[in-house]
Ligand binder design. Sequence first.
Ligand code: EPU
Length: 285
Amino acid sequence: GGGAARLYEPMNRHTTFLIGGPAQYWVEPRTVEGFAEIVRYLRSQSVPIRVIGRGSNLLVKDGGIRGAVIHPAKGDFEDVRVEGETLIVGVGARLKKIASAARNAGLGGFEWMEGVPGNLGGAIRMNAGAMGTETFDQIVSVRFIDTDGQIKEKPLAEIVHHYRNVPEFEERYIVSAVLKGSPAPQAEIDVKLAASHQKRRTSQPVGASAGCAFKNPEVCGAGKLIDELGLKGRSVGAAIVSDIHGNFIVNSGGATAREVLDLVAEIQEIAQRERGVQLEMEVKV
Ligand code: EPU
C-alpha cells in the first residue's frame, strides 16, 4: 500500500504513556487494500499481528512486541467525509478532527470526542466514551478486514458491543466507519465542545498517561474510589497515581511498564481488601 516499514520500532514513541519496548516489525499502510494485503501476508507467515492507532489506551510491556504492529494512520485512513447527516471516517482519523468536521457541517452528537485523545479505530474497538455518550451511540456501520483477510462491512445491529469492549474487533481490523450525527445549531455545538474541552482540562492530568486505568465498577466510579482510599500520589518508581483524578496513572518521567503494573496490582489489592471491589484494567496491556 505504498507505506513504510521498520524493524525494532520503540513503542514509547507511539503511546501516550511514553512507555513500551520495541515492536519487532512496524508497518504503516496507506490504503485499505494495502492493509488487507499485509494482513494476509503476515497471517500466511504465522506472524502475530497487533494494530495500534494513537496508542492512547495502551500499556506496551518493556520487552516490546513480538511480531508485527500495523499502524493505519495515514493516507486513506485519515479521511473524514461528510455526507448528509453522516460522516464517513477512516480508522486513523483523530477523534478531535471528527468533532471539528461534524461541527463545521452543523452536525451534533460528536462533541464528547473533543476531549478524548485517540483515533477512531481504538474508539470503536473499546467503545470509548465520555460525558454520557459512547462511540456505539453513533455507529451506522463498520468496514473491517475479516479473519479470512477479506474486506467486509457490518451494520450496527450485527455488532455486539459492551461498555468499553467490542470483542469482535480484536482479530478483525477496522478500516473505516459510517457515523451518524443530528443537525444542530453551531452555537449549541460550540457550547458542548467547550464543555468537553473544559472537562478534560479541569478534571484530568496533563502528564503522560493512558487515560483511565480501570473500568468503572457497577458500584461507583473507580477514580472516586481510589481517591476515597487515599491512594492519590501513591507511586512505584516513576509511575504515580494522579493528584487530579484517582483513575489516572501518570508516567512522571521514564516509568517502566513493570512499575505501572506493580502500581496497578497494589491498587487492586487495596480496593479488594478495603471495599471488596474488584477493579478491572481499562487500559489494554
Ligand atoms: N471523582 C473524585 N475523585 C477523583 C476522580 C473523580 O471524587 O479523583 C468524582 C468526580 O468529582 C465526579 C465523579 O467522581 O463526581 C465522576 O468523575 P468523572 O466525571 O471524572 O468521571 P469518571 O467516571 O471518573 C469517566 C470515564 C472517563 C471520561 C470521564 C468524563 C471511565 C472509566 N472513565 O470517568 O474516560 O473522560 O468519565 O466523561 O469510564 C477513559 O476512558 O480513559 C477516561 C478517562
